[in-house]
Design a protein around this ligand. Structure first.
Ligand code: CU
Length: 469
């Protein structure tokens, strides 16, 4: 895990609030909070690789295992009350378990050999498995009855997260994570699961991609990825994480001609839902829920067979920095052949979904601050990005011209910036960059491109007017 502790500037001191210890039918509840201190309108990326694990409550120790049945994470105030998104929004959080290599329990991510950090520069061996994540959709980790995620008392956990402050003042809050677990004989009797993470842009801490949004009404943009089963296994649970504009995620066994083994459907809030009333509008609101499948029997996949994930977005409007990630769990099962796997119809159930809109609503993201002044024609189509400004604020280009942004900022997460389309003819975005790295984009379509930095959406805005040649 030491190799992961590379981005020191965002290190959060683990000053934990006391745990609320609850025992119910032999199920123990563990809970801890991580403080977050967010500047006005900040989009805060944090990490912590010394998370306390349920063993800190002392119900199991050393090389004993507990089995986690359920887990959730949310953002709360000092009194433990969940915070409204109008104040702070937990955009996403990912939990990692590194096991304990020094004590003979190395863990590896099931789908990635390496992971790239949000700086798009630092790539480290994936010596930890991503086991739970949630975001605006409020996903809860749970399993069909009879299964447990077995963790050892000396396992080491970490988390990567992003919090958005929608208010013009500094805010302090806590990310609270809670796990329900059993120990001893009860844990031993459960079937163990391994977490898996699929992603149409995998192995990155910031696995974004962009939907250009130049299609007709009703058209769809899809992206797929394939994972070969590392062993004979049964998929028992899975759920997608998507952003605004998403229509569907679909998992299927490509070698079995499954039309669909499991779906994850996003549901968006009603027009008066808090996600649409948040001001300022810093990003396109994501769904309020995505469906989660459960299969008590498991969806059988033989070693080497292909599991395909497809992420579908609306293609009519641009959707920038979207994600198509999917996290689930499987149980190893050494008694599967390719033929027997495909002969078995997947049996899945879904969680109940809240009422809402199943077709993503159209939503334009306006710039927080419109740049002013004359449109500048640049002799050399290059701009230098410095913290935290994008200048000149208004630029005019001819269609077909390429503009380059040089990110001349020092090392460190605080100095990362990007270029993201808020509103305009074609959706595109750059990775988070610094240290002299650059990004260029060729503006083919005439029109007005309203751009911002997704990490500094209030301070850093720019408009490009592209005229016909
Ligand atoms: Cu920025």
């Amino acid at each position: 895990m030491m190799a992961l502790v590379l981005l020191a500037p965002l290190w959060i001191k683990p000053t934990f609030a006391p745990s609320a210890r609850v025992e119910r039918d032999g199920v123990l509840t563990f809970s801890r909070t991580l403080p977050v201190d967010v500047q006005p309108y900040q989009v805060f990326q944090g990490q912590n690789f010394e998370l306390e694990t349920p063993s800190a409550d002392g119900h199991y120790s050393g090389r004993e295992y507990a089995a986690i049945l359920r887990m959730k994470a949310e953002i709360v105030d000092a009194e433990g009350r969940p915070l409204p998104v109008a104040k702070l929004m937990l955009h996403h959080i990912v939990f990692l378990n590194a096991g304990n290599a020094n004590a003979g329990r190395p863990l590896r991510d099931a789908t990635c050999d390496t992971l790239t950090f949000p700086d798009n520069l630092t790539t480290v061996p994936a010596i930890a498995e991503r086991f739970y994540s949630t975001g605006e959709e409020g996903a809860v980790f749970d399993l069909p009855p009879g299964y447990g995620y077995k963790v050892r008392a000396d396992d080491r956990w970490g988390a990567l997260f992003m919090v958005m402050n929608h208010l013009p003042h500094r805010d302090r809050a806590f990310i609270r994570y809670t796990a329900e677990y059993v120990t001893g004989e009860r844990a031993r009797r459960l079937k163990g699961v391994r977490p898996f993470w699929m992603d149409v842009n995998n192995c990155k801490a910031d696995p974004y991609y962009d939907v250009p949004g130049t299609g007709r009404p009703g058209s769809e943009h899809t992206r797929t990825s394939v994972w070969r089963a590392p062993e004979d296994l049964r998929l028992v649970v899975g759920q997608g994480h998507v952003h605004g504009g998403a229509k569907l995620m679909r998992l299927r066994r490509r070698d079995c001609e499954d039309p669909a083994a499991a779906l994850s459907r996003p549901v968006c809030g009603a027009p008066d839902h808090a996600f649409y009333r948040v001001r300022p509008k810093l990003h396109e609101p994501g769904p309020i829920a995505t469906s989660r499948f459960y299969s008590a029997r498991g969806i059988p996949v033989a070693k080497g067979q292909r599991i395909e994930l497809r992420s579908t977005y609306d293609a009519r409007d641009p959707h920038t920095r979207v994600m198509g990630t999917y996290i689930g769990a499987y149980t190893p099962d050494g008694d599967i052949t390719p033929r027997s796997a495909c002969a078995e119809q997947p049996q899945v159930e879904y969680n109940p979904m809240p009422a809402g809109r199943t077709d993503p609503p159209r939503f334009a993201v306006p710039l927080f601050r419109q740049p002013t002044g004359p449109y500048r024609r640049l002799k050399k189509p290059e701009v230098t990005v410095v913290s935290p400004r994008l200048e000149p604020g208004r630029i005019e280009l001819a269609a077909g011209q390429r503009l380059r942004w040089n990110f001349a900022t020092p090392p460190g997460n605080d100095n990362l910036h990007d270029i993201t389309l808020a509103r305009g003819p074609v959706g595109f975005a750059s990775p988070h960059l610094n240290q002299g790295r650059s990004f260029s984009y060729r503006f083919e379509r005439p029109g007005k491109y309203e751009l911002f930095c997704s990490l500094h959406p209030v301070q850093m805005t720019q408009v490009i007017r592209v005229r016909r040649q």
